[in-house]
Design a protein. Sequence first.
Length: 239
Amino acid sequence: MADTAKKILIVDDEPDVTSLVAYNLKAKGFIVETLNNPNAAIGAAHRFKPDLVILDVMMPDLDGIRLCRMLRADPAFKSTPVIFLTARAEEHDRVQGFETGADDYICKPFSTKELTLRVQAIFRRAATDAVPPPGEKQLRAGRITLDNERHIVAIDGSPVDLTVTEFKLLQLLMERRGRVQTREHLLLNVWNYETEIETRTVDTHVRRLREKLGGEAPWIETIRGVGYRFAENTPAPAS
């Protein structure tokens, strides 16, 4: 069985795709609902309350990019993991997907086994985040506070809305403060990916995280050609 029977909503205008994906995910014990009409997705999401959403990008009337933005703007789904499943495989398409707020991006034609593994990886990551690690329950740097137990990041006490992936990324960087983390290391420890995928995924998520941290963004340093590091000492203010 899947982890506590998580619920997954699949939105794709191709019935053959939704049927195939649903069949494989149900075989792993997930509760799955499918939609071939993207215009009904938000209403279905409020009724079904999915733990994860799989979206096609190229759909008539309402494409996956706009639908993902709508989900992210809805307080009920601002942190719900989203996977894009699409035939648009160019790098700028993938980057746009991640910048929209997606947690993963899988190109058609796809392997149902790989899709299932990536779904399981996202849920495994979320489960890890839900259990605070032993020791320090709060991490602090400058005006940033990361509360492991409550799963909250705040700047000067004001909460910052982060996705599951963004929270995990910031948590790992803060826990290993002062130590350089390679992109490959981040892919393995944040995304739980042991397969080769684009390290641009890391860069896009770091950019989104920095945008949300605003004036505290300089804490995350770029180590050219290697990866990223959370500064050990107070960084210079952003210009």
